[in-house]
Design a protein around this ligand. Structure first.
Ligand SMILES: NC(=O)c1ccc[n+]([C@@H]2O[C@H](COP(=O)([O-])OP(=O)(O)OC[C@H]3O[C@@H](n4cnc5c(N)ncnc54)[C@H](O)[C@@H]3O)[C@@H](O)[C@H]2O)c1
Ligand SMILES: O=P(O)(O)OC[C@H](O)CO
Length: 336
């Protein structure tokens, strides 16, 4: 039997742990807060993040990283992207030497512009073959209601990728596909959050479906341009971790990123929106690192630029719209 240690008792960490436990693996959650860990371990619930959801009795929880990591085949990381480096540094002494480290996170590190798998390789000092990524249209609010979902498992090592695919396959609820393109899968997950902020802003302003479709489609063009510059496989962006996740996140009222943007578009101040957002909306911070990454690689990302300006520099949503619509005319595809 495989063992997984899942770090982060938030909404996705807990839900993914339910999937792993349901698929038959021994699964232990690590959490910071003793009261949350106790609720999961003793009462089989996580009222803070998944109220009303009954967790499997086989799912254990602990605040002790060494206990969680003991004998783990998979170390699954589901903390906010910007805290990962600090967290993993603390857990490093207890990492089993053969374990595969799995990122569920959809962000780019501020300051370094590194993808989460790169941060993991650097901090844990492991080769990229030991690091996998899971990303796709996986809105927790639907999955915990028992609704089916598919995802993508990516890893440079085919055997590790297929072992993880097997470990999180739980028919008819959860269906993982594989894709060796780690860069593309990760970028799709991180940048769609930025585009979802933009779509949310437009929806909050009362703009219609033409605008949503424009932002999603041109957003996918931005994601693909950045991906190509970083060596991703362009086909990945037409898949679940690209277009699939973009559609789910940009259109669902369950998305924290879309909702964040919607509140800004309705005229709430940044401070008010931050106060109203109880969970991690990765795009709010990652929009800055995505833009920095794009500039490093000389990639044009106009939607990302205005998202950064609206969220962090006080540009109004109306001004952002005018800027995007007044750009110089272009062919739809570069070079065509
Ligand atoms: N919720 C979803 O629908 C979903 C789906 C797919 C991927 N993701 C991604 O998974 C990652 C985690 O998201 P989530 O939805 O579980 O977020 P969340 O806000 O629900 O939970 C975050 C967890 O991290 C913990 N945490 C916060 N700060 C911490 C710190 N400094 N040190 C250690 N732990 C800390 C919180 O206590 C909580 O347990 C994000 O990158 C997100 O984009 C989320
Ligand atoms: O709620 P969001 O905006 O963080 O999106 C959650 C997942 O990434 C959707 O796949």
């Amino acid at each position: 039997m495989t063992k997984a240690a899942v770090f982060g008792t938030g909404s996705w960490g807990t839900t993914f742990a339910m999937i792993l436990a349901g698929a038959g693996g021994k699964t232990v959650l690590w959490g910071r807060r003793p009261e949350v860990v106790e609720a999961i371990d003793r009462r089989h619930e996580n009222p803070d993040y998944l109220p009303g959801v009954r967790l499997p009795e086989t799912l254990r929880a602990t605040t002790d990283p060494a206990e969680a990591l003991d004998g783990a085949d998979f170390v699954v990381l589901a903390v906010p992207s910007q805290t990962l480096r600090g967290n993993l540094t603390g857990w490093k002494p207890y990492l089993p030497p053969e374990a595969v480290l799995v990122s569920l996170m959809k962000g780019i590190e501020l300051g370094t512009t590194k993808r989460m798998s790169e941060v993991i390789c650097e901090v844990a000092e492991v080769p990229k073959e030991r690091v996998a990524v899971v990303s796709g249209p996986n809105l927790v609010g639907e999955i915990v209601r028992g609704q089916p979902a598919a995802t993508v498992v990516a890893c440079a090592d085919r055997r590790a990728m297929e072992r993880l695919q097997e470990a999180c396959h739980l028919p008819p609820w959860f269906r993982p596909y594989t894709n060796p393109d780690v860069v593309g899968v990760e970028l799709g997950g991180a940048v769609k959050n930025v585009i979802a902020l933009a779509v949310g802003v437009s929806a909050g302003m009362g703009l219609g479906d033409n605008v949503s479709a424009m932002l999603m489609t041109r957003g996918l063009a931005e994601i693909s341009r950045l991906g190509e510059a970083l060596g991703a496989d362009p086909h990945t962006f037409a898949g679940l971790a690209g277009m699939g996740d973009l559609i789910a996140t940009c259109t669902s009222p369950l998305s924290r990123n879309r909702t964040f943007g919607e509140n800004l578009g309705r005229g709430m101040t940044l401070a008010e929106v931050v106060a109203a957002t109880k969970q991690t909306a990765e795009g709010v911070k990652s929009c800055e690192s995505v833009l920095e990454l794009a500039r490093k690689h000389d990639v044009e990302m106009p939607i990302t630029e205005v998202v950064v300006a609206v969220v962090h520099d006080g540009l109004t949503p109306a001004e952002a719209g005018n800027l995007l619509m007044s750009r110089t005319l272009k062919p739809e595809r570069y070079g065509v």
